[in-house]
Each structure stands twice: as C-alpha cells, then as structure tokens.
Ligand binder design. Structure first.
Ligand code: CP
Ligand code: NVA
Length: 302
C-alpha cells in the first residue's frame, strides 16, 4: 500500500510524472472535460488544525472526480475523545478509499498509515507539508519550465514547509538556500539526509543572490501562536521586500503557501507584484492533489 507522508515516499520519476499529470488534468478540467476515475469513491479528511486551501481543494477534487469526501474534526469525532489512532485507522479505512490527515505530530500520520488498509495522504504535520510542494513545483514548471538545476531560496522559519522544500530539492534536483534567524534553522537530520545541495544562511540578502525562486511562510505556524511576539522580533530582518527580490535573478518568482501576513514575512508590494505567483500556486493545490488522488487510488487497485 502506497502512502504520501513525505515527498520521499515517491521517486523523482514518479513525482515528475505527477506534476505533468497535474498540468494535464488542469487543462482538461478548464476545457470542460468530465473525468470521473473516483466515481462512488470516498476520501476521509481528518483535520486537527484549521484549513482553507487544503479542505476546499481536496473536497472539490473528489467531487470533480465523481466521488465524495467526509470532513472529520476532533470536536465531533471520537478521535478528539481519545479513541486510539490504530483503532480509528482500522475502522475508517474499512469504509473509505483514501484518507487525508492534517495534524500536529508527524508520528500520528505514520501510525495511522501503519494500520490503514487504504492510502494515507499527509495534508500537513508539524514537520512536513508535501501536498503544498506538489502545487509549488507545478506552478514553477508552468511559469518557467523544469526546476531541475535551478536555485531556490527559502526565507524565514526552518519549519514544515522548509523541510518539504529540502525533500523537494532532493527529488526534483534543485539547489536550495535557506536563510533563517539563528535558532530557527531546519532540522539537521532532514538537511543531512537530503541528496541535494542545501546551504544555510543567517543573512537573507546574501542567500537570495542568483535565485530563480524566492519562497517564504508565516513566522509562527499553527500551534506556535503563543510565540508570535517573540518571533516577530527574531524574524524582523526576514521580510521578503522588493529590495530583497531585486537581489534575486531578474526573472525570479515569489511563492508563499498562504495564508500570508502582509507587513510581516512579506510586504504587500511583493505579494501583489507580477513576479508573485501565489494565486496560481493556491489554485494548483486542486490540480496537483487530483493527480495525487488518481495515482494513489489506481495504485491501490493494481
Ligand atoms: N497552504 C495551505 O495549506 O493552506 P490552508 O491552511 O488554508 O489549507
Ligand atoms: N507553516 C504553516 C503552513 C500553513 C499552510 C503552518 O504550519 O501553520
């Protein structure tokens, strides 16, 4: 049974084909083609954290594919009342065809996957956000062509998104520069395990030179709300501004997984500039995850 808990669950070749398929599905959908490979199939969606893009994209994707989805939150399922993950996994997976989970501890999705009889998708944990990377790479490819051999700079927190960028550098073959304040670096073991050129910086201007893509994310992720004030001080010099973008390559793009805080990690000017592709990036969550759902479901039937 194949799961998608991190990008490393898929080979470079599989991921490249998935991106191509996402682009194809997007074109077909926009041309009005009806394609229902998941007719009568069901996706269970377990959300222990908030979401706009992830929920809307997975639900819409399942409906467009002819199937349906069930939204489960801890407030109104037995998961929130302490039913063991292993028991929940056996029960839920006996009734649905795919499961998507957004939660805190990455170990929870691993335990769920161990006991699930259907494919499990990580829709964000404290450590990784692999679905977002599918959309980001699709967006880069659509705008600029292959990302292989390019240079990407991550600005800000060494968080779940940054970790998935490190995995993506390995799988898609790009060079990654990571600029964080001291003490907010990505996990050393994730950096060490990457078969890619990963360079760490504490100076965003130095890091951004020669970059083809500049990416940032919130300074305080979900679950870190009480650190907001402390982080605003630590990250004060890490806002993606026009001046910072001007130090990257002339045709560099800007991405942000959203939700964004204008005036914190990114200036309003950069968010709304022509080199910002954040809206295309958000929309591609739908198309990239449809390619993922199709791949995992068809694979589970093989
Ligand atoms: N980027 C992203 O995952 O957005 P949501 O939190 O709205 O799902
Ligand atoms: N790093 C952010 C990403 C949100 C999509 C968080 O975990 O809250």
């Amino acid at each position: 049974m194949r799961h998608f808990l991190t990008l490393k669950d898929f080979s470079s070749d599989e991921l490249t084909k998935l991106i191509d398929r996402a682009i194809e599905l997007k074109q077909q959908h926009k041309a009005g083609h009806v394609y229902e490979p998941l007719k009568n199939k069901v996706l269970a969606m377990i959300f222990d954290k908030s979401s706009t893009r992830t929920r809307v994209s997975f639900e819409s994707g399942m409906t467009q594919f002819g199937g349906g989805s069930i939204f489960l939150s801890p407030n109104d399922s037995q998961l929130g009342r302490g039913e063991p993950i292993e028991d929940s996994a056996r029960v839920i997976s006996s009734m649905v065809d795919l499961v998507m989970i957004r939660t805190f501890d990455h170990n929870m999705v691993e335990r769920f996957a161990d006991y699930s009889s259907v494919p499990v998708i990580n829709a964000l944990t404290d450590d990784y956000h692999p679905c977002q990377l599918l959309a980001d790479i699709q967006t880069y490819v659509e705008q600029r062509g292959s990302i292989e051999g390019k240079t990407v700079t991550w600005i800000g927190d060494g968080n779940n998104m940054c970790h998935s960028y490190i995995n993506a550098a390995d799988r898609f073959g790009f060079k990654l520069k990571v600029a964080t304040p001291e003490g907010y670096e990505p996990r050393a073991d994730i950096v060490a395990e990457a078969d890619a050129e990963i360079m760490l910086f504490n100076d965003p201007i130095e890091a951004v030179h020669n970059s083809d893509l500049v990416v940032t994310d919130v300074w305080a992720s979900m679950g870190q709300e009480e650190e907001q004030k402390k982080r605003e001080v630590a990250f004060a010099n890490f806002q993606v501004t026009r001046e910072l973008m001007d130090n990257a390559n002339d045709d560099a793009l800007f991405m942000h997984c959203l939700p964004a805080h204008r005036g914190e990690e990114v200036s309003a000017e950069v968010m709304d500039a022509t080199d910002s592709v954040v809206w295309q990036e958000a929309e591609n969550r739908l198309h990239a995850q449809k390619a993922l759902l199709e791949f995992l479901y068809l694979n589970s039937q093989a």
